[in-house]
Design a protein around this ligand. Sequence first.
Ligand SMILES: Cc1cc2nc3c(=O)[nH]c(=O)nc-3n(C[C@H](O)[C@H](O)[C@H](O)COP(=O)(O)OP(=O)(O)OC[C@H]3O[C@@H](n4cnc5c(N)ncnc54)[C@H](O)[C@@H]3O)c2cc1C
Length: 372
Amino acid sequence: MSSASNSHVPLVILGAGVIGLTIAHIAACDPDVTFDITIIARDMPGDWDSQAWASPFAGANWSPMLLGATDERVRRWEQTTFDRLWEMIPSGLVKKLPSIMFAETDDILSTLWWKDLVRDFSVLPDSQIPAPYKVGIAFDTVCINPLEYLPWLRSELESRGVTFRRQHVWSLDEVKPFVGKTGLLVNATSLGSRSLIGVEDTALFPIRGQSIIVEREGLHKFISARSGAGLSELVTSVIPRPGLIETDTALLNGTYQKGNWDTSLDMSVAKGIFERCSALEPCLKEKTKILRHTVGLRPDREGGPRVEVERISLPLRRSDGLVPYVTEHAEEEQQEIPVIHAYGMGAAGYQRSWGVAIEVLSLLKENVQTGC
Ligand SMILES: Cc1cc2nc3c(=O)[nH]c(=O)nc-3n(C[C@H](O)[C@H](O)[C@H](O)COP(=O)(O)OP(=O)(O)OC[C@H]3O[C@@H](n4cnc5c(N)ncnc54)[C@H](O)[C@@H]3O)c2cc1C
């Protein structure tokens, strides 16, 4: 870290999803560096109907993903996040969720990298596994309700002086005035990074998730069925969520359609989701109130999440001359700014959020600029 550590460092965070907000939280609480934080985003907590971002549509619980089996860094993010969320259970924002996962094949038994990450893990005896499943696993996990958790993050940030600015950013040149000569930029725009000029990451792709939000008393466990070790296109799970305001709600999952950008609702798909979830949790067939149907796009990326520093020279120059003209700044001198990318979390943005944010903070500190 440079000698600028005691002065105020401008920090611009592009994106107000769970990743951008959690990074802001970790940076705002840092005891070593005082960051002057501005969050710039098109969609903000409260914009629950906008399908242009993923965070409102998540389950959002911790459940095992295949990437953790092969990627040590992802495993670390998930462990850190799980522990942090577990500590937050008394706040009521996070729910402790007893869970049962059934699988049709025993592949899952060779990818149990997560058995010590969760609490009270056990493999069920055959007598407790219904047909057609071959394996059953019980464990305790955590769950968040995005519609309460994201506003909490925002209010925490506002109380620490973080500024929120609503803006659709077409090119990185537009944020340069906020970053200034000594500032840092975090790019947490998830799928937006495909179209953000200066980033244009074509490795990003959506995984369409259609879900049903229900109100039903008496749902207390996360129950899910998998065909193999990973998630299949017709992912099936019932996720009861905490609710300080909206009580007794659960998310019925859903679909997991890779490469599908369609955000329109398909009621024949909804019928299938309800039937599959009711087969797992028969009490849903009675006294269930349908609150809403949702479709969201999980922001996934070929090659896994991108969390790294890229030094980008601004104003942008392209040989095709197609960079949008930003009036006041287009003629400025070239300047390299450190951009810390943090996107592409796929189906696991909540369950990686605190771990990713801690890693981003260390990258920020390594890149604090002196202004020379
Ligand atoms: C159905 C479904 C179920 C899920 N279940 C879970 C779960 O159980 N557990 C879990 O951990 N995760 C789950 N997820 C995944 C999780 O929702 C995402 O991984 C996470 O929300 C990604 O957060 P993010 O901050 O990276 O992106 P986003 O939430 O997409 O936020 C991106 C931000 O960038 C802004 N932005 C983008 N482009 C621009 C631009 N050009 N200019 C200005 N602003 C821009 C957006 O407005 C937004 O503020 C689920 C997702 C879905 C859809």
